[in-house]
Design a protein around this ligand. Structure first.
Ligand code: ADP
Ligand code: MN
Ligand code: MN
Ligand code: MN
Length: 340
């Protein structure tokens, strides 16, 4: 029987890329062909020669359509087979390959916010809800908004076989989080993009918009981040490597800015030094410190091994970019220090 294959790709919209998808009916799932699209409608081409290529890189069951139907995550290529400039996955592949021996793994915490019309879900018409305090991991109709969407999204991520490992309600009404990991850089990133796709599609069914905006409500409300938890084999085995990784991320101000400038649009509005953040341009790390750029979880200090959490990436960061930067910076430093 014919199957529906939903080809999903990341477009060239700046400053924050959007997901695109379209359906192809295939005789079966044995062969998933490359496909094409009009790059001039996705900020991936100008003028006449606007054909771009969709190269399938990850196929999972489609939990929305069910049956034998599939989701097909793609890289975008030029017609000559080289990666399109919007294709951050291709850049990650190279760096992940170069440092493969260090066995990097990641867990990313994706925060996001539901909007109904122009207001976050749970914000009353023309006013504000009670201040932050009871919403984080909240229970009950006064505290929690959109749980039916979140539960359905979780089920769908599991049905698709994604490495989703948890969900929680966040600090602002209508704000939630899911976590993907701990898995290698390409898997965490592919799964994150597919999970985002499923989030948008699931919320769409409820007439709700899910946004990854870094500061969806101005004022005294938490922003939305994508804390990126990271370890290499050496970090999972000893504390010296944990410290080397933390130091490398702040080695120079240039290094700090190289990361922060690629950690998602509007990062300065979110990393203010308030609302459990460190100022965007001042690097710090500390044990158990949720006001630092990078946190060493308390149990990592106790056990003298484990992982670190870079708290700076925005919700709207591209996971292919943040994982590439962290591998590049930390693995290079670990290699130089002979701690591999
Ligand atoms: P927080 O207390 O910051 O809210 P979460 O429970 O939301 O923490 O997320 C912790 C993340 O850390 C999870 O995504 C998990 O996959 C990840 N993680 C756990 N162990 C490791 C590890 N050794 N290396 C990398 N990531 C890890
Ligand atoms: Mn979390
Ligand atoms: Mn969180
Ligand atoms: Mn966190």
């Amino acid at each position: 029987m014919a199957i529906k294959a939903e080809y999903i790709w990341i477009d060239g919209t700046k400053p924050t890329a959007k997901l695109r998808s379209k359906t192809r009916v295939l005789p079966n799932a044995d062969k998933i062909p490359t496909w094409g699209f009009d790059g001039s409608s996705t900020n991936q081409a100008e003028g006449h020669a606007s054909d771009r290529v969709l190269d399938p890189v990850r196929v999972v069951p489609d939990p929305i359509r069910g049956g034998e139907h599939i989701l097909v995550l793609c890289e975008v290529l030029e017609t000559d087979g080289t990666p399109h400039e919007s294709n951050n996955r291709a850049l990650l592949r190279e760096v992940a390959e170069r440092y493969a021996d260090q066995e990097s793994i990641f867990g990313i915490e994706q925060e996001y916010t539901f909007f109904k019309g122009s207001r976050p879900l749970g914000f009353p018409e023309g006013g504000y809800p009670a201040p932050q305090g009871g919403y984080y991991c909240g229970v009950g109709a006064e505290e929690v908004f959109g749980r039916e969407i979140v539960e359905l999204h979780l089920d769908r991520c599991l049905d698709a076989g994604l490495a989703i490992c948890g969900i929680n309600a966040e600090v602002m009404p209508g704000q939630w989080e899911f976590q993907i990991g701990p898995v290698d850089a390409l898997t965490v990133s592919d799964d994150m993009w597919i999970a985002r796709y499923l989030l948008y599609r699931t919320a769409e069914e409820f007439g709700i918009d899910a946004t990854l905006d870094a500061k969806p409500a101005r004022g005294d409300w938490n922003g939305a981040g994508a804390h990126t938890n990271f370890s290499t084999k050496a970090m999972r085995e000893g504390y010296e490597a944990i410290i080397t990784a933390c130091e490398s991320l702040g080695a120079t101000q240039e290094k700090v800015l190289e990361h922060v400038n690629q950690y998602g649009d509007d990062i300065q509005s979110r990393l203010t030094g308030k609302h459990e953040t460190a100022p965007w341009n001042v690097y710090s790390y500390g044990v158990s410190n949720r006001g630092a750029s990078v946190r060493i979880p308390w149990q990592v200090e106790v056990e003298q091994k484990g992982y670190i959490e870079d708290r700076r990436p925005n919700a709207n960061v591209d996971p292919y970019v943040v994982t590439r930067l962290m591998i590049n910076t930390c693995c290079e430093a670990l290699e130089k220090a002979g701690q591999v």
